[in-house]
Design a protein around this ligand. Structure first.
Ligand SMILES: [Zn+2]
Ligand SMILES: [Zn+2]
Length: 247
C-alpha cells in the first residue's frame, strides 16, 4: 500500500447535512496532503490528524465549494498553532480570491503559495502530482498523483470535454465527480458530469477502480451507485465522509 485516501467531504455545490464540501486527505510518500479545502473539510480533517501535521494543500479551482476552508485553516495555523510556511498550490484565480478573503496583501508568512497551471508537475514528499485542465467554466485542474508505482486520478470538476485519458494510462483509482443523476444531463451540461457520463468516461479511460464524488446533496446515493456501476461496467463506490481507500 503506498497511498491512502480519506474522504473528508464530498458534497457538490454545497454541503449536505452531516457532510462537507470537497476535501480529501491523501497520505503516502511520507506526507499528509489535503486535496481541496471545501467548507467543513477542515473540521472533518481533525478527526484523522492534527492540523499542525499537514504538509501541503492542493486546490483544483476557485469555486467556493473547493477552497473556502483555506482562510480558516490559515486562522488556525496563524493565530492558534503559531505556525508558518504551509505550502499551498492552486490556480491564479484561487490566489486572487484567497488574498481578498484573508484581508491581507499576501498570504505569507503563514501560507507559502505556489501557483499551478495545466501541465505542471510538482513533488510533495514522495508524491508526484501532474495537472491537466478540465472542461469547466473557470481554470480547473484535474490531477494525477503517483507514489511507489500506484496512481490516483482526480477529476476535480469537469464536464464531458475532459477525460482521465489526459492523465495517462495505469490509474489504479479514479475519484470522479458525478454531480447529477443520469437523467439530469440538461442541468449538468457544460459544467459537470452525470453518473452515467462519469462511469462511461472512466471505463473508456481504462481506470481500475472508480469512486464517484461531488454528488449534489439532494441526490439519491443508491441511484448514483447503480447508474455509475452500469455505465462503468463494474461496481463503483460512492464517496462518503470518513471513508478510506487504500491503493
Ligand atoms: Zn464543485
Ligand atoms: Zn467548480
Amino acid at each position: 500500500m503506498s497511498l491512502e485516501l480519506t474522504v473528508l467531504g464530498c458534497s457538490g455545490t454545497y454541503a449536505g447535512a452531516g457532510n462537507a464540501c470537497s476535501g480529501y486527505l491523501l497520505q503516502g510518500g511520507g506526507v499528509n496532503v489535503l486535496i481541496e479545502a471545501g467548507s467543513g473539510s477542515v473540521a472533518n480533517l481533525q478527526q484523522h490528524m492534527d492540523l499542525a501535521a499537514l504538509d501541503a494543500v492542493v486546490l483544483s479551482h476557485a469555486h467556493p465549494d473547493h477552497w473556502l476552508d483555506l482562510p480558516v485553516l490559515r486562522n488556525a495555523w496563524k493565530y492558534v498553532l503559531d505556525l508558518e510556511g504551509l505550502p499551498v498550490y492552486g490556480t491564479a484565480g484561487t490566489l486572487s480570491l484567497a488574498v481578498l478573503f484573508t484581508s491581507s496583501n499576501d498570504l505569507a508568512p503563514t501560507i507559502a503559495w505556489s501557483t499551478i497551471t495545466e501541465g505542471d508537475e510538482i513533488a510533495i514528499g514522495g508524491l508526484s502530482f501532474r495537472f491537466s485542465r478540465t472542461d469547466h467554466p473557470i481554470e480547473t485542474l484535474g490531477m494525477r498523483i503517483d507514489s511507489g508505482g500506484t496512481s490516483l486520478g482526480y477529476s476535480a470538476d469537469t464536464a464531458c470535454g475532459w477525460s482521465f485519458r489526459e492523465l495517462g494510462d495505469g490509474i489504479d483509482l479514479a475519484l470522479c465527480e458525478a454531480t447529477f443523476a443520469a437523467d439530469e444531463e440538461e442541468r449538468a451540461h457544460g459544467v459537470h458530469l452525470t453518473t452515467a457520463q462519469a462511469g462511461a468516461m472512466a471505463r473508456a479511460a481504462g481506470v481500475d477502480r472508480l469512486v464517484l464524488t461531488h454528488m449534489i446533496p439532494t441526490g439519491r446515493p443508491e441511484l448514483y451507485r447503480e447508474q455509475g456501476s452500469e455505465a462503468f461496467g463494474a461496481q463503483v463506490s460512492l464517496a462518503r465522509p470518513h471513508e478510506r481507500y487504500e491503493l
